[in-house]
Ligand binder design. Sequence first.
Ligand SMILES: Nc1ncnc2c1ncn2[C@@H]1O[C@H](COP(=O)(O)OP(=O)(O)OP(=O)(O)O)[C@@H](O)[C@H]1O
Length: 290
Amino acid sequence: MTASVQLNHVTLKFKKFEALKDVSLTLEAGKIHGLIGRNGAGKTSLLSLIAAFRQPTFGEILIDGSPVFENPEKMEQVAFVYDKDYKEETEKAKKLIALASHYRPHFDMEYAEQLIERFKLPVNKPVNKLSKGMQSALNVIIGLASRAPVTIFDEAYLGMDAPAREIFYKEILKDQEEHTRTFILSTHLVSEMDYLFDHVVIIDQGKLLLNEPYETVSSRGASITGSAEQVDAFTSDMKRLNEQQLGGTKSVMVYGDLDDAKRQEAHALGLEIGPVSLQDLFIHLTEEAN
Ligand SMILES: Nc1ncnc2c1ncn2[C@@H]1O[C@H](COP(=O)(O)OP(=O)(O)OP(=O)(O)O)[C@@H](O)[C@H]1O
């Protein structure tokens, strides 16, 4: 089960402060979306609107074409997993998983049990006595086993160690093959997680900065290296994000269409075209926007 998500001119205000500014965006069903942005960019605000935790000040959010806010049928299709505060939670992990299985229509308890084994979650401990990483594993187990058509992980892996995060990433890819859904993964671990993304959304200061398939983003980002003069001439009409120079050699990071003719031109000029990571593009695209 999977579903599309559509935001139409969404603005979210906290008193006079605009956390989201006229964001329009469609998230295609069945894809894994990476949502990235600097601290305070508006990621959690955006995700809490999709999960109908709050109402936008202006605009609307549709799940498979119908508004999600105060619409129980659509709301139960969205699982929003975030870094919860479990200080007061004295129930056992087992109980919380059982509770989730009651209110999540697609919950798969057999899969939850496999995940409990994979993450070695001590299910008989009260949740507030679990380590931070174990509490995150509990959230992740509930999120994955819920198999909600729209599954959102908002930095839900905070506190999980690297091997546990690796298990989580592998599970997403494995489960996506048989139980395809629409994932939205918000993260600061861009270089660690980018291989998961089918689609990349970048927001900056409440505005949509980029919304492209991952392949398009990687093909548009490039570093052009060669003699400073040649590199400057070649990139003069392109969007330049960053440059570094050592003696007469220059390397410029660009973002734009590098078609075959342009690539041949670079080759003829003896310029080298190299790849740029999503993390580097993110750093310099948001720097440029600021
Ligand atoms: N309840 C609130 N009242 C007032 N301002 C808020 C509230 N919630 C969020 N904000 C503000 O909205 C902006 C966006 O916050 P949000 O939590 O969505 O950012 P984020 O991208 O998730 O950040 P981070 O990566 O640091 O978690 C911030 O400036 C934040 O201070």
